[in-house]
Design a protein around this ligand. Structure first.
Ligand code: SF4
Length: 362
């Protein structure tokens, strides 16, 4: 298949659904790791088309949602400084901090600017030598290459007024943490195709073997997702647990080697806090020693920031696949995209936003 519409072809969808139905003989729970996949599943009603014995639960793969509250509060603290131009992807501006969000900082006079790439922030640093330009470097392995490139380039050009507030996280350690949890009910995974396009899928092999869970590297269109579900269900029914690549039009086993080399030249692995989940060992990136001069977390005094989640928000349980958005009493009442209480209602990849956008009530 060559064109996007072929991955939404109703006849292929029907064939895949029939094959899934013919394969399933008992209840299974499968997690899609990526928020983009969650949106596609809810938008196309895939969870309502598959056999009722299959349960899809939503994983922690939404970069905005898992950015810890203390990092959002640090971003708000930085953006409130007169000398700073604070730059960020648009989604982050509406994520509630403990007291306010970045939009409110902007409305109060803070110089907060939406950019589409960290390289836009670099340009601002060149154009505004008397200001300090901070970029909010959030995301999974997918954003790490461009964030690494910005820091690499800033160092090369000697742009001392550029820095990044790093909140980069990694998928495999998060999946391992969920699998280690005594509450885990997930038996198979759809791995995020775009993450694997950067990092490859070899990292998932020891996870599949150790925890005996099948993992299918999966894309984002209905045919991709059903094909991934079929690949997982076939293995579950056969008692197998391998990694299979069902997104081979994009993903290679080794990933993008140039991007991986750039990432490892700028970042090193560190423990990271995940919003709603807590600290996960070796689950994120920090800047290497050579680039610490570009670390906003070290350049600015941010130590006195205290954080507190909204008491009604259960997004941590949703990000772990233990609850669904409709299980939250605030869903659609005190929490809406216009007045979000938690990050999962804000982000374009958040599960609560997906349920709200597509009027899902159960
Ligand atoms: S509906 Fe709102 S309050 Fe409830 S979990 Fe989602 S983001 Fe949090």
């Amino acid at each position: 298949m060559k064109y996007l519409k072929e991955f939404r072809n109703p006849e292929i969808v029907k064939t895949l659904l029939s094959r899934i139905e013919a394969t399933v003989s008992k209840p299974w729970t499968i997690m899609e790791m990526c928020g983009g996949q969650t949106h596609s599943i809810i938008k196309h009603g895939i969870d309502q088309l598959i056999p009722p014995s299959l349960t899809l639960v939503h994983g922690p793969g939404c970069p905005v949602c898992v950015t810890p509250l203390e990092q959002v509060d640090k971003a708000i603290g930085l953006a409130s400084r007169n000398e700073v131009i604070f730059t960020s992807f648009g989604d982050m501006l509406r994520v509630p901090g403990s007291q306010k969000d970045l939009f409110q900082v902007k409305s109060e006079g803070g110089d907060v600017r939406i950019v589409y790439s960290p390289l836009d922030a670099l340009r601002l640093a060149r154009e505004n030598p008397s200001r300090k330009i901070v970029f909010f470097a959030i995301g999974f392995e997918t954003t790490a290459p461009t964030n690494a490139m910005a820091v690499y380039q800033a160092e090369k050009e000697g742009l001392g007024n550029f820095s990044v507030l790093v909140s980069q996280v990694l998928v495999p350690p998060a999946i391992t943490a969920l699998l280690e949890s005594p509450e885990n009910q997930v038996q198979g995974y759809l791995a995020a195709g775009h993450v694997c396009a950067v990092m490859g899928w070899e990292e998932y092999v020891p996870i599949a073997e150790k925890y005996r869970v099948p993992i299918a590297v999966t894309g984002f269109e209905p045919v991709d997702i059903l094909d991934g579900i079929l690949a997982v269900v076939e293995q579950l029914e056969a008692g197998e647990s391998r990694v299979v690549n069902r997104y081979s039009r994009v993903v290679k086993k080794e990933g993008n080697t140039a991007a991986r080399e750039l990432i490892s030249s700028v970042f090193e692995i560190t423990d990271r806090n995940w919003r709603g989940i807590g600290s996960i060992p070796m689950s994120g990136f920090k800047l290497k020693e050579k680039y610490r001069g570009f670390d906003a977390g070290q350049l600015f005094d941010l130590a006195d920031i205290k954080t507190e989640e909204h008491s009604e928000c259960i997004s941590g349980l949703i990000l772990q696949g233990l609850k669904k958005p409709v299980d939250c009493p605030a869903f659609g009442t005190s929490c809406t995209p216009q007045f979000p209480l938690g990050a999962t209602m804000v982000s374009s990849e958040g599960a609560c936003a997906a349920y709200y956008s597509y009027c899902r009530k159960k």
